[in-house]
Design a protein around this ligand. Structure first.
Ligand SMILES: [Zn+2]
Length: 390
């Protein structure tokens, strides 16, 4: 029980360790990198490093009291915040209370099982209530460490709530003037979406992808997967254990990311077949709410488009969706997509992603994307250099 062992990132950890030992570890860090790569786990490791009281040369020692408390998510000075579904309450005060209760609930679930796939099917955010709770905590004296550590996972989810810029501003004030010896570790897989003011007050550290072999070893150690499935999920995860977990089948059902990947393939194929029917029928099959989920879907659309370009160029070895190589080539051939047109399709996906972030009805977003992709990839009257079309 408690936190699983950290996977990989040895070089990064060594340099963080050196910075900490020489007193040069910045008080506000931004760990950024692909989703599911272990950024929040790494943030907890850094927190553990700063509170470890062990005397061994290697830190964190994993055996002193503070270390053990971090590993069981019970250290009183380490505060981990992450996006949560919005509780259904009316007042501001009740929201803050309900969010804190929901956070404790998730933390108690982590203590039992900390290996959770990087995938949600509900809408989550970092609401003002969460930042209010964090700020209240920051005004208290630390219990045992020199200073508290605040970890804020997926910090970019502070931004999309146009209705409450206060959440971001409240955090900004804390970062500007950290109380006492407080530390802040933010993580983000979409640092471009962070407010520039928040970004400029943190020191960025890029967390690289793991090797395919490391992800495979991780899956073998923690899940009962056969070699073929393990290697397949490791390849598709693109170096992210959290994503690899979400590809694994669960009780006979497709893994949630595999389901999305297939739907993304259908979108690309639907948009690029001469018959217009399938693409639009597909759009109509999406629910009319929960647009945020489309953000992940569109990432897969991009990977399929990239693979389409790679396949039409004959560079088979570079294909990410390697299990679909034959189908991909067959489709590219039949549809007659000129390879030079594929790059022009990416702005269309980006536009669709923006709409999804703005919570536009998913059916409209997907059918708009299908229309745009069709225009860019199939309509020979549009010059290839110009990606945007209406
Ligand atoms: Zn220790």
């Amino acid at each position: 029980m408690g936190l699983h062992d950290i996977v990989g990132h040895e070089r990064l950890r060594a340099s963080i360790f050196r910075a900490h030992e020489s007193g040069k570890l910045p008080a506000a860090l931004l760990l950024h990198g692909t989703r599911g790569i272990g950024k929040q786990r790494l943030a907890l490791w850094i927190a553990q490093l700063t509170v470890c009281t062990g005397t061994a040369a290697e830190k964190p020692c994993d055996s002193c009291g503070p270390c053990r408390m971090v590993r069981s998510l019970e250290h009183p000075d380490i505060h981990w915040y992450f996006p949560l579904p919005r509780p259904k309450v009316s007042s501001k005060e009740k929201l803050a209370e309900a969010l804190e209760a929901a956070r404790f609930q998730e933390l108690s679930e982590y203590r039992v099982q900390s290996l959770v796939p990087s995938w949600w099917d509900d809408v989550r955010g970092l609401y003002l209530g969460t930042i209010t709770n964090l700020r209240n905590q920051a005004t208290k004296r630390p219990s045992m460490a020199k200073g508290p550590v605040f970890i804020i996972g997926q910090a970019e989810l502070l931004v999309p709530q146009a209705a409450s810029p206060e959440a971001a501003n409240a955090l900004l004030k804390l970062l500007e003037e950290p109380p006492g010896q407080a530390r802040f570790i933010l993580t983000s897989s979409e640092p471009g979406m962070l407010l520039p003011t928040i970004k400029s007050r943190t020191v960025p550290l890029h967390v690289p992808a793991l090797s395919r072999e490391m992800v495979y070893t991780f899956l073998k150690e923690h899940f009962s997967v056969d070699e073929r499935t393990g290697k397949w999920a490791a390849q598709l995860s693109q170096g992210s254990p959290g994503r690899a977990m979400a590809f694994l089948p669960d009780e006979g059902e497709l893994g949630p990311l595999e389901d999305l990947r297939r739907r993304a393939f259908d979108i690309v194929v639907g948009a690029t077949t001469q018959n217009r029917g399938p693409g639009y029928r597909l759009a109509a099959s999406f629910p009319s709410t929960r647009a945020r989920q489309l953000v992940d879907l569109f990432t897969f659309v991009e990977v399929w488009l990239r693979d389409l370009a790679v396949a039409t160029a004959g560079a088979d070895k570079l294909i990410i969706n390697y299990d679909a190589l034959t189908r991909l080539k067959k489709h590219a051939n039949e549809a007659g997509i000129p390879p030079s047109r594929v790059p022009s399709a990416f702005p269309a996906v980006e536009r669709a992603r923006e709409l999804a972030r703005g919570n536009v009805n998913p059916q409209l977003v997907v059918s708009g994307l299908v229309r745009d992709l069709r225009q860019v990839l199939l309509d020979s009257s549009i010059p290839t250099a110009e990606g945007s079309s209406r």
